[in-house]
Ligand binder design. Sequence first.
Ligand code: FAD
Ligand code: N01
Length: 537
Amino acid sequence: MTEAAYDAVIVGAGFSGLYMLHRLRAQGLSVRVYEAGSSVGGTWYWNRYPGARVDIESQEYSYSFSPELDAEWVWSERYATQPELLSYLNHVADRFDLRPDIQLDTRVTAAVFDEATNRWKISTDRGEAVTARWCVMATGCLSVANEVAFPGAESFEGASWHTQSWPEGGVDFTGQKVGVIGTGSSAIQSIPVIAGQADHVTVFQRTPNFSVPAHNGPVDPAVAADWAANRAQRRAEARETGFGIRMVEPRETETFADDPQARQAEFERRWKIGGFALLGAYGDTLASEEANEIAAEFVRGKIREIVNDPETAEKLSPRSFPIGAKRVCVDTDYYATFNRPNVSLVDLRDEPIEAIEPTGIRTSKQTYEVDAIVYAIGFDAMTGALSKIDIRGRGGASLHERWAAGPRTYLGLMIAGFPNMFIVTGPGSPSVLCNMAVAIEQHVEWISDCIAWMGERQMGRIEATETAQDEWVAHVNEVADGTLFPKANSWYMGANVPGKPRVFMPYIGGFPVYREKCEEVATRGYEGCLVASDARA
Ligand code: FAD
Ligand code: N01
């Protein structure tokens, strides 16, 4: 049977896949999008746990490519909720008439490159196969749940959920004893909300995290008016910052240039503003251990101030990694939740989980009876989604095998040996260390420009060279080693998934530097890539 043939197949219909489709279709390409979920939206379709919302202000965490879209969408809260983000992405799908080219409830299982035709053959779990010149993996950095095989988990008689695949109708915890495993962003957002409903919540914490208050609320009318008047400029400002976010007054000042009183006052001021403002207080927080400790101790002081029981406050205080080396959480009432009589904390450093039993969670000290378990245990980040697809490049090379010791890419966009395939926000790009909306737009535009460039020259194959890839990987590592980031056992390092190689995956050189490099590569005729016509020049 002949397979349907497209110019491009895109895998995933989140922020990345939707914009990729819009761009490629505008260039006149025939495109098919496959999405495993039952709706568009990606992250914002899957992560429906209570309290889920962004940690970047709504105005900035959205598309900028269409001024009309930008102007017509009105955000209701400073940090948009998951339902609002999901309706935004559904609106985008409708506004740009994207749905006819998106096939939902379809998981791509394999992608195999055919050197004779310079096309990818893409197979799905529905038994379909199609071919495409271009294959774009818009599969997400945080789209595959971390699966931990807790002994006895299958014997649990109550209900259990992973925050990443929350039931569409929500969960009613009224009258229940709930166990939450994990204290990352997903847990920190959901615990206060679950505690407001459940009879009792027991939080199982392996590593305490740094969290700062969101001070969420309706969008300030003055902020909305400023954005309405200066939207293009505000967007441009975000793109010029290292993390793609208009940080509140980022300062170059070094920590020890201020005396302790001045530092305390600066941190206090930023704590009141909320969100990532705190991290902009001093220029050396993420580079110097001594400076970092000052910011970390400020947050620990806040925990002691908020949490009534000193022992609980100490257990909640992170001491094993620098602040910022794991994504700082942005919360609403997280620490204060531990003052509630119906919330208790189990420190897994003292009593590790040994097993899940039919009616509870057993640690090395005792069994905690629970009616429901929330697994807030994170993701197989950055490489998880690609590793679940059988991707075969030139000579039948398997991506899984190529990346056995950790991912290697050119600019986080292309992989040597895998022609005509692109990754949106792949490992080796700023991705999760950036406002993802900013990172995604830049990648999608670079990829679609590259495909247009190839089309104009009637070229059929483009592939990163091993040399360019090696040099980029070395640069990514070198930049990371100059920071405190590799000092944390984080998902940036793959450290949260047992057996995963420990490699610092995102690029920490800053978004503007990275974007300039990508532009330079394109301007120089896709420097670092081999380009060939279909006749295999
Ligand atoms: P995703 O949204 O993950 O979409 C990828 C899609 O690909 C998914 O729908 C998935 O089902 C599909 N897919 C994967 N593999 C296959 C396959 N084999 N076949 C078919 N379909 C497949 N970033 C920020 O910048 N700011 C934030 O505040 C922020 N908050 C977040 C909160 C949560 C709870 C999480 C989990 C992430 C958050 N992120 C945030 C990161 C977020 O993932 C990105 O901002 C963005 O949504 C990623 O969009 P994407 O389209 O690249 O990936
Ligand atoms: O996942 P995580 P997440 N036994 O990996 C624990 C984005 N996001 O879903 O730290 C016991 O951060 C693990 O413990 P430890 C954001 O980028 C953003 O919360 O490994 N515990 C940790 O406490 C974020 O960084 C928002 O020791 C186990 C927790 O589970 C990323 O997604 C909201 C365990 C996992 O934390 C991931 O966040 C949500 C085990 N075997 C997500 N295995 C916003 O606020 C893991 N843990 C915008």
